[in-house]
Design a protein around this ligand. Sequence first.
Ligand code: 5CA
Length: 446
Amino acid sequence: MRLSRYFLPVLKENPAEAQIASHRLMLRAGMIKQSSAGIYSWLPMGFKILRKLENIVHEEQVRAGHIPMLMPTLQSADLWRESGRYEAYGQEMLRIKDRQDRDMLYGPTNEELITDIFRNHVGSYKDLPLTLYHIQWKFRDEIRPRFGVMRGREFFMKDGYNFDIDRCSAMHAYNRHLVSYLRTYERMGLKAIPMRADSGPIGGEDTHEFLVLADTGESEVFYDSAILDLKIGDRALDYDNQDQCAAIFKEWTTPYARTDETHEHEVFAQIPDERRKSSRGIEVGQIFYFGTKYSESMGADVVKDTGERVPVHMGSHGIGVSRLIGAIIEASHDDNGIIWPEGVTPFHCGIVNLKQGDPETDAACEALYLGVMALGLEPLYDDRSERAGGKFATMDLIGLPWRITVGPRGLKNGVIELTSRRTGDSEEMPVENALARIAQIYNPCT
Ligand code: 5CA
């Protein structure tokens, strides 16, 4: 993409309404524009990252054997009356009447809708286990929408639902989700810690929240710092292997990690001083096992091999896809702007032309631009006639992990400059070497 032809409305000044870094930087970097409280338009740069995160979530869900689909945003109130949640959900639910005077609602979550689909189409134990998911907009009329996409009213969420014949099979689904979520967050360059939590309006017996540590997080968390050393990495995962998923679940849930809702002072006090930590955290996902809560109230049951009819065991599992963008920025920025982890960056590198209009510099930049694209990567080429300082400031603000700077002086010596956004370190090298480095960074196998 050529910056001169892109739509990147960056702001020079800090917007007064933004209290935390991620909100400020998303507005300044031209990623989002508020349309009303807690509701945003996603401008091209923000939309590009949202799509990247969505793709990572899809890839990891499909890898875990879960099946993508799409349910509507508007739902019928009658379904929610069946589960008893229409009244119970309270003010956060946006209730709407259609022209026939029917009660509708903008879905805050989808347990009822998916249970209705299940009971209409599945009747036998032979069709189980089954996990369906979608990534769709949700609406919760939050009393205090704030911090930009972090606590929005309209937000983008992955929600998945497992249907299993018994508790044991459903616990495997629970563990499998925990493992797939750990992998998902790691790919995004995040350390998200699963913490035993409270199930709130979703209900159920078992639930873990995934928290990214950040001073600006809304939750208070308590943990054993040993958990920070754990990593899924590139270990071979077999999601059908119950023992492996259970072992990884155990590995991550053995060190103490709780939100304030489930915190136990006495247990916490037993952790050695140097490992006993408390801080703030951003909740980027939550998994639930709620047994037969919805299947019993809504009649979602299957016939077992014995001929007996039993309600299915269910769980639901959410990832806050739009909130994740805020969480990544909170975890990865400096005074000059965002620092995107390579796994989620909107463009793989920036190209800065220091002397736009100079035939040699322009030609070198064009060649580089085509060269990066030939690697199957996306460069953002700043081809505007701006001062170098302004171009650098924009690149720092939008946070691409690598910047290639091309100027007449370097070209005389046959070199350009490759700069890491994270460390600020620059290295001069011939164009071919820069291309080889970029290729190696993004495709380590080539
Ligand atoms: N049905 C379950 C699992 S699918 C559910 O709704 N879980 S949830 O309430 O925990 O939401 C899942 C995730 O969505 C949360 O972990 C959080 O990351 C994100 N989320 C929830 N509310 C908001 C909000 N107001 N703004 C942005 N993200 C939100």
